[in-house]
Design a protein around this ligand. Structure first.
Ligand code: ZN
Length: 243
């Protein structure tokens, strides 16, 4: 297994997830890694989790996933996010609730890739653009991983080392400079970089090649699923502008 599709912040957006999986299949990805917030905001939490489980995806727990299974306090969420967490909790199947509860906060894959949702030590901490990565690199090393940390949570595709940041809108980034690298694939289900297309990242674990991808999907269908679930309208409206 060497070509991996790295997804984050799917947020129960089934049309976006289906489009990304189609793109990843077409490009020969053999495995899915998902960096948390599989649910919350969108109208299809069961179908999204069913798809990830069917494909034996390697997933970690995001702050929305944690809130749904009462492992995170929803008082920190805004009212729309809280409404989505509460609706998701009531509508997930027992199997999918059990699956979410069992997700780890972080995972080390192949000994040199750390997968987390927010930051190496905390699923709810944001690694925003411009963050000083020295401490993050120390935390990464403490986890026994020296090369790459994959994270999500900000919904902004990006690659950084301690010297430089690359905004990852689309295309390839060369990882031959000094690491470690902190890599965010962007969000599948609720992009926030003014580009409404679903974001994901291809990684070749042998050659260390990474490629950012964007894929158009049926946004109207995602909006209808949100309305049909009775979720706040703002969660549908924001999809079309990528914010
Ligand atoms: Zn998120």
């Amino acid at each position: 297994m060497s070509v991996v599709a790295i997804l984050s912040d799917i947020h129960a957006n089934l049309p976006a997830l289906e489009a990304v999986l189609g793109d990843a299949d077409r490009l020969g990805c053999e495995k899915i890694w998902s960096l948390g917030d599989q649910v919350g905001y969108g109208g299809s939490p069961n179908k999204c989790l069913d798809l990830l489980r069917e494909r034996d995806a390697v997933c970690v727990m995001g702050n929305h996933d944690a809130a749904v299974v009462n492992l995170e306090d929803v008082r920190w969420f805004n009212s729309n996010a809280r409404a989505a967490v509460e609706w998701t909790r009531l509508n997930l199947t027992g199997e999918n609730l059990e699956y979410l509860v069992g997700l780890p906060d972080s995972r080390v894959v192949h000994g040199h890739h750390l997968l987390v949702h927010g930051a190496p030590d905390n699923r709810s901490r944001y690694l925003l653009p411009g963050v000083d990565l020295f401490n993050e690199a120390c935390l990464l090393e403490a986890s026994g991983v020296a090369e790459m940390c994959f994270y999500g949570h900000t919904h902004l595709p990006m690659v950084s080392n301690q010297e430089k940041t690359w905004q990852g809108s689309a295309g390839m980034v060369d990882l031959s400079a000094d690491g470690p690298y902190f890599i965010n694939p962007g969000s599948v289900g609720q992009p926030r970089d003014n580009n409404p297309n679903a974001a994901w990242l291809l990684l070749d674990t042998v050659t260390r090649r990474i490629e950012f991808h964007r894929v158009a999907y049926d946004i109207e269908r995602a909006e209808s699923l949100i309305h049909a679930a009775g979720l706040p309208g703002r969660l549908a409206e924001r999809l079309g502008c990528g914010q």
